[in-house]
Design a protein around this ligand. Structure first.
Ligand SMILES: Cc1cc2nc3c(=O)[nH]c(=O)nc-3n(C[C@H](O)[C@H](O)[C@H](O)COP(=O)(O)O)c2cc1C
Length: 262
């Protein structure tokens, strides 16, 4: 993801002016959803597979079947109106439904750390991921985030891949999208320094990636960062925390292969 408003996806494949992403379930091979995309611009950054931005124009999923699908959409829209989350307050209901389709490819949650003499922070992100052909890694961060400008200046972050049982702590740390961390000791878990850049990361992480940031630009509501993995340190085995829509879990349950829930 490159931005939520407008809803923009970055890819290292330039697939022409109009294209689509189809999401297929690995177990059944069946198509569970699709997004229609219109090309905006190629960023001309990497030699191979330069990232291209696509605006999402439509989306649908096939996890529930009619009428359950329509009923589910109605319930979700009503919930968004009654209890708008930060994402949902930002986006139109139709764009939230499209975003959920993108989560049919379950999105890993990481804790991002930034450390400078005057500013330190750690907060959760899931609008992240590799753009494989370009060798780049992208992050989409709300431009109102208290560390967005510091990230642009320092150009380095550590990403801790966290185990699923750290979900409550990861959600609690979302307050640090608005308020920086006072001290690393203020975290409710121990930290360890990342391999090369010495950035405090989660001690019990499954792996820690260090990232050097090469490019950033504002796209609507978000700052889109592109970087390269500087080091990759596997630390432990376990299930990493991921996000996927509830209707996909319903589909998987019907296949008798539900995802483990945290
Ligand atoms: C698990 C998780 C992942 C998140 N991922 C991102 C992200 O990738 N980019 C981003 O800008 N904000 C991300 N957020 C932050 C939220 O969208 C929101 O801005 C933050 O929680 C502050 O919410 P509030 O405005 O309701 O206090 C994430 C939050 C959580 C809990």
């Amino acid at each position: 993801m490159a931005s939520l408003k407008p809803l923009v996806i970055a890819t290292s494949i330039d697939a022409g002016q109009r294209t689509a992403i189809e999401y297929c379930d690995k177990l059944t091979g069946k198509r569970v959803g699709s997004l229609r995309l219109t090309r905006m611009v190629s960023l001309g950054i990497a030699e191979h597979g330069s990232p291209t931005l696509y605006r999402v124009t439509a989306g649908e999923h096939h996890c529930l079947g009619w009428p359950r699908s329509a009923w589910n959409r109605w319930l979700q829209n009503r919930l968004m109106q009654r209890q708008p989350s930060a994402h949902h307050a930002l986006m139109a209901p139709v764009a939230v439904q499209q975003l959920m389709v993108a989560y049919l490819c379950p999105r890993p949650v990481v804790l991002v750390s930034i450390d400078t003499p005057h500013h330190r922070n750690m907060f959760p992100m899931d609008l992240i991921g590799p753009l494989s052909r370009s060798g780049l890694y992208s992050l989409a961060l709300r431009s109102t985030n208290v560390s967005a400008q510091i990230m642009r200046e320092t150009g380095r972050v550590a990403l801790s891949c966290i185990p699923a049982d750290m979900k409550p702590m990861a959600y609690k740390l979302s307050e640090h999208h608005k308020v920086p961390l006072k001290d690393w000791d203020a975290l409710p878990f121990p930290v360890r320094l990342s391999l090369e850049l010495g950035i405090p990361a989660v001690a019990s992480a499954l792996c820690v990636h260090e990232l050097t940031l090469l490019h950033s630009q504002e796209i609507g509501s978000h700052t889109f960062f592109l970087g390269r993995i500087f080091s990759d340190e596997p630390l432990a085995h376990g299930d990493q925390l991921h996000h996927t829509p509830g209707y996909y879990q319903t589909y998987r349950r019907r296949q008798e292969m539900p995802f483990a829930e945290a």
